[in-house]
Design a protein around this ligand. Structure first.
Ligand SMILES: [Zn+2]
Ligand SMILES: [Zn+2]
Ligand SMILES: [Zn+2]
Length: 93
């Protein structure tokens, strides 16, 4: 199974929506195709935690409200108040 690393050093799994060690939100970043730690910029704005990516992210509506998704959308592609991730762009499961 593919794993990822939180900025706190903890191992993250593909389905994680938060880090059990540092309690930060984590999610899928479409900018770098990785599970990343979401740096909370406030006002529901997040930034990819990888220094080589730093994409500004908005949580998928299903993530933010229903907690059934852990994907994010690049903030500059968000067009509605209830943005949904593009699952067509999802990596092989
Ligand atoms: Zn962590
Ligand atoms: Zn990223
Ligand atoms: Zn979604």
């Amino acid at each position: 199974m593919e794993t990822y690393t939180c900025i706190c050093g903890n191992t993250l799994f593909f389905e994680n929506s938060h880090c059990v060690q540092c309690q930060r939100s984590v999610g899928w970043c479409p900018g770098c195709d990785r599970i990343t730690t979401l740096l909370d910029l406030g006002n529901h704005r997040y930034q990819c935690g990888f220094a080589d990516c730093q994409t500004l992210l908005t949580q998928c509506h299903n993530y933010k409200v229903h907690q059934v998704c852990n994907r994010c959308i690049p903030s500059n592609e968000v067009e509605s108040a209830q943005p949904l991730c593009d699952t067509n762009k999802s990596p092989r499961m």
